[in-house]
Design a protein around this ligand. Structure first.
Ligand code: HEM
Length: 286
């Protein structure tokens, strides 16, 4: 691990990454670290962030993808929920079992409820007696509580692995930073930070366009990937279509983009300190 670059404070203690997470700006901080140090950044004593699309397949979506890290372990609480099962084999069996039972809505509602309870209880600092006990017992170590916020963390199998031409020892916690990949000029070019939906059309944004849909890892991929993806996308498509068909929308004159962006906090979910001020007028014709 010593050969991987990163800030000294990150190499020494997990607290640095915890602090990064607590600022709500992890996505930007990790992206900046990659700009400074390159594809590999040591974000913790035993943690590597790998900013490369090449690493997504082996880590997340191949048949040999890695187990989830301890960060997905919220104690006994929610232990049997799909989301919290870390071992690939066990997870595989459970996921297939649930799918075979033909009640995807039931699974999803259950998983969503468990996730929400988990998140809300942590956000509010509230734990019932059983949760408290579970957390006290063994799980309230910082890796376990926060690793999940530090990316889609996975554990390198015991024999180690070669990723992006580098050997990584077994037991290392690895992740590919979703935000950094999703705004990377290597994956989306030109204007990676701009909302230019035409990039998805044939011909893209011109002859030099780059478009790598595989870099959109916000739902994750592979055996552990989001089960609600299709539903979420359908809801989003419907909501956006309904909005743009019903209203003409522009940013309000009072809207301050810099302030708005500064107020975006991404911890367990994305929070907005300042509202997105828009002016909407009902469309006369559809
Ligand atoms: C924009 C909305 C959403 C995003 C960005 C999102 C993202 C994610 C991510 C990143 C994971 C973790 C995957 C991993 O560990 O590799 C996940 C898991 C999961 N999500 Fe979503 N999700 C969304 C909406 C939903 C919705 C609407 C549902 C249910 C109705 C849902 C159900 C699940 C379930 C059941 C899992 C656990 C899958 C498993 O462990 O096999 N998600 N989601």
């Amino acid at each position: 691990m010593a050969s991987f670059p990163g800030p000294l404070l990150n190499k020494l203690t997990t607290l640095t990454l915890l602090h990064t997470v607590s600022t709500g700006k992890r996505h930007l901080i990790i992206e900046a670290l990659h700009k400074k140090y390159g594809v590999f950044v040591r974000t913790g004593p035993n943690t590597l962030s790998i900013n490369s699309l090449e690493a997504v397949g082996p880590i997340y979506s191949s048949a040999q993808c890695f187990n989830r890290s301890e960060g997905y372990r919220p104690g006994r609480f929610g232990d049997n929920s799909l989301f919290f099962i870390r071992d690939r084999q066990r997870h595989n069996i459970r996921r297939r079992e649930l799918m075979r039972n033909g009640d995807p809505e039931g699974i999803i509602a259950g998983a969503q409820k468990a996730m929400m309870q988990f998140e809300i209880s942590f956000l509010l600092g509230y734990h019932d007696e059983e949760q408290k006990e579970a957390l006290r017992d063994e799980d309230l170590n910082m890796d376990a509580v926060f690793a999940i916020e530090a990316g889609l963390a996975r554990v390198v199998p015991k024999d180690g692995v070669v990723l992006v031409n580098r050997y990584i020892p077994g037991g290392t916690i690895v992740s590919v930073p979703a935000y950094a990949q999703e705004v990377s000029p290597e994956n989306f070019w030109p204007a990676p930070l701009e909302f230019r939906p035409e990039r998805w059309l044939e011909g893209g944004l011109g002859p030099d366009s780059i478009l790598r849909p595989g870099a959109l890892i916000c739902f994750s991929f592979g055996p552990f990937g989001c089960l609600g993806r299709q539903l979420a996308m359908r809801e989003l498509h419907l909501a956006v279509a309904q909005l743009v068909l019903s209203y003409d929308i522009t940013l309000a004159p009072a809207f301050n983009e810099e302030l708005f962006m500064d107020g975006v906090r991404n911890i367990k979910t994305t929070l907005f300190k300042f509202p997105l001020l828009v002016q909407a007028t009902v469309r006369k014709t559809i």
